[in-house]
Design a protein around this ligand. Structure first.
Ligand code: BGC
Length: 263
């Protein structure tokens, strides 16, 4: 059995667990702690160090960490829902120094996308898949024939003159006390924009709210099939762990594209 620790840093909470990367199964309790107020680098790094220590795993177990920002070669290049100090920070090195070991560091939605490809709703599905995570922000993973195109950042496309995640994230629903119906109207125009830009074969909807998919997915009328993420809110943990073992982003789909009926 191959195991790795997966850590999912979000704008609201930081989650972690030990994962069997062959199956995606969580081998420990899922530990969740609040993201330190302000989302400052030092405070987040310290929280992750403590979280990993509480998992009590051997130092030789690989660690994958995913983070809600653009991550290019270990450097964070954006900071929508965390401190602006992350912009331009060599974040991977910062974590490695504090943890005293190598880690693999990626965008949170990309990790979720990799997990859905390896263990969930995108497994063996060829063609163009767009996974969106509806949480504090909107994250996206763009997957073509099982291969991730990293850092797509489709939560920040402009819809009706506004940053999409400001109107259509789950946080926006909560903050504005939107009914499922009102929120679904916003999601409708968001996904219509994504269809116009990408014409995907499949949308996968992740984030914590995806467990309530029956309340909002049936309200959407889209030309593209849209399904809930199978791994719900554990996808980031599982994907980060999987990438700690296999970090080349390539997870080829098993079914040839011609066999995949377009919906
Ligand atoms: C960030 C993304 C992240 C998403 C979900 C967005 O605000 O720009 O990098 O994936 O939130 O956390």
């Amino acid at each position: 059995m191959t195991t790795a620790v997966g850590i999912d840093i979000g704008g609201t909470g930081i989650k972690g667990a030990l994962v069997d990367v062959d199956t995606g199964e969580l081998l420990s309790d899922r530990i969740k702690v609040p993201t330190p107020a302000g989302g400052e680098p030092d405070a987040i790094v310290q929280t992750v160090v403590e979280l990993i220590a509480s998992l009590k795993v051997d130092d030789s177990v690989p660690v994958g960490v995913c983070f809600p920002a653009v991550v290019v070669h270990g450097t964070t290049l954006s900071a929508a829902n965390v401190s602006k100090k992350w912009i331009g920070l060599e974040a991977e090195k910062l974590f490695e120094k504090a943890l005293g070991r190598d880690i693999h560091f990626v965008n949170d939605a990309d990790a979720a996308g990799v997990a859905e490809v390896r263990y969930g709703a995108a497994k063996g599905v060829p063609g163009l898949i767009l996974l969106t995570t509806l949480g504090t922000g909107i994250g996206s993973a763009l997957i073509y024939n099982g291969v991730l195109v990293p850092n797509s950042e489709l939560g920040h496309i402009e819809v009706d003159g506004k940053d999409a995640e400001k109107r259509a994230s789950y946080h926006a629903k909560e903050k504005n006390d939107l009914s499922w119906e009102r929120w679904a109207q916003r999601l409708q125009s968001y996904y219509e924009h994504l269809i116009a830009l990408f014409h995907p074969d499949l949308f996968i909807v992740g984030g914590g709210v995806s467990k309530q998919f029956e309340d909002f997915l049936p309200l959407l009328k889209l030309d593209t099939k849209i399904v809930p993420a199978q791994l719900r809110n554990n996808a980031g943990i599982m994907g980060a762990a999987a990438l700690a073992i296999r970090d080349d982003f390539s997870t080829p789909a098993k079914t040839p594209i011609a066999e995949h009926p377009r919906s």
